[in-house]
Design a protein around this ligand. Structure first.
Ligand code: G6P
Length: 421
């Protein structure tokens, strides 16, 4: 079984690779191909992973290539984790937002928009290679903004794509910690979009533990890259759900923008500093263990969900996992082909979202609004349309008004970062 990792020069790759090494035999992995367009990054990460593979006794071959087609040819799984524009592009996106008093984070707000429109064409080019050279492969997408990229793949290519994020599994880990129970016993009533989700209820072996978990997590939780923010007890009581840490950008927009404006470094610059240390570590011929430093990254533990999903997609028995896919009737109030982050039964027979019932008024409006933004963004990128792009930005609740949408869009067009016909 062949796995191709596109964007394997990411400093995150050893996290994913360790998971593959640990469970490779059980999954039947025979080949792992590392692909990147940046030779230096690829060499460094590959060299490190080769040492890891030999010290840990991986039972499969590993190879590296700069050639997209060679990487995907005959693959059974293609893990997509590219970052178009690198951390420099991420920094520009964040600053584009902050200079206009807006959120420029890489998945929400104008940052997510700028990243999406430059990434969609590249991802669709990889998808077209997969259609030709590995038509049966599953594409496991981590490329951000994950929901938009996954929906673009599902609607504009013929590949089988599933979108993943570490947030659902991280939440499950946090909940298990708070309740001092096994992660496998935690059942989340989870609904929403990627980075726009809510846990509406928590059950452990049939028992409702929602109130206790809200009490514990309201004191703070979330990945390293999202600043903490205080909602206040009245909000937790009124909402009575656990919002994704990314909802701080929506519920406390002004506070979050202020916090980000006051920081001396953007998250992209912080990550560049961490990456410099990571590359130093990877280039040291004596190292082979996954570095502790990776835990300072927002996507820590993403291999857990990647490997779980690969195992489930190979298995006969459906396993419930929280992933991004077309909701296909699970939510009455949304278009069938809208990609949502939901609990799905995952097996070799496919990915089937479980029905979620009626979504509460207090969260449904935001979900629908952001989904409209996401779908318009995909159209803007595919059609290179300024009209769709303007409508997308105005549908984004973190931009919303015409003067801001126009200013941001014209800047992106002037800088050649959005190619409008
Ligand atoms: C989170 C998100 C990922 C994102 C990551 C960024 O965990 O769920 O989608 O890629 O953080 O982390 P970084 O360390 O690059 O800021």
């Amino acid at each position: 079984m062949k796995i191709a990792i596109m964007g394997a020069g990411s400093t995150y790759t050893p996290e994913l690779f360790e998971g593959l090494v640990k469970r490779g035999r059980e999954l039947g992995v025979t080949d792992v191909v590392f692909e990147d367009i940046d030779q230096q990054r690829l060499d460094s990460v590959f060299g490190f992973c080769r040492r890891m593979a030999s010290r840990m006794g991986a039972g499969f071959e590993i190879r590296k290539t700069l050639d997209q087609d060679a990487a995907v040819r005959g693959a059974d799984f293609v893990v997509l984790q590219i970052r178009v524009g690198g951390q420099e592009g991420r920094h520009e996106d964040i600053m584009l937002g902050l200079r206009h008093g807006l959120v420029g984070q890489e998945t929400t707000g104008v940052g997510g928009f700028a990243k999406a429109v430059r990434t969609i064409p590249q991802v669709l080019s990889i998808a077209h290679s997969i259609e030709q050279l590995a038509p049966d492969a599953w594409v496991i997408n981590f490329t951000n903004p994950s929901a938009i990229i996954t929906e673009a793949l599902q609607r504009h290519s013929r590949v089988k794509a599933i979108g993943l994020c570490n947030i659902p599994i991280d939440t499950q880990i946090e909940v298990a910690k708070a309740l001092d129970c096994a992660m496998e016993d935690v059942e989340l009533d989870y609904v929403g979009l990627n980075h726009l989700s809510w846990v509406r209820g928590i059950r452990v072996r049939g028992q409702d533990r929602t109130a206790e978990v809200i009490e514990a997590l309201s004191k703070g939780f979330g990945p390293a890259n999202v600043p903490e923010a205080d909602y206040g007890a009245d909000f937790w009581q009124a909402l009575h759900m656990i919002p994704s840490p990314y909802l701080r950008y929506f519920y406390l927009t002004d506070d979050m923008v202020r916090t980000l404006q006051q920081k001396t470094l953007t998250r992209a610059q912080e990550v560049m500093a961490i990456e410099a240390q990571l590359f130093e570590y990877y280039n040291d011929e004596s190292t082979w263990e996954k570095p502790e430093l990776l835990n300072q990254r927002g996507g820590a533990w993403y291999s857990k969900i990647a490997v779980e999903v690969i195992a489930a997609l190979l298995g006969e028995q459906p396993r419930p996992l929280i992933v991004n896919t077309a909701q296909a009737g699970a939510v009455d109030q949304m278009p069938d082909d809208a990609v949502m982050e939901l609990t799905c039964d995952v097996s070799r027979h496919g990915v089937v979202p479980r029905p979620v019932g009626e979504i509460q008024e207090e969260i449904f409006g935001l979900i629908r609004q952001v989904k409209a933004y996401e779908r318009l963004t995909i159209e803007a990128a595919v059609m290179h349309s300024r009209d769709k792009a303007l409508m997308a930005l105005m549908a984004n609740p973190l931009v919303r008004t015409l003067p801001l949408a126009r200013a941001v869009l014209d800047k992106l067009i002037r800088q050649g970062r959005f190619l409008a016909k």
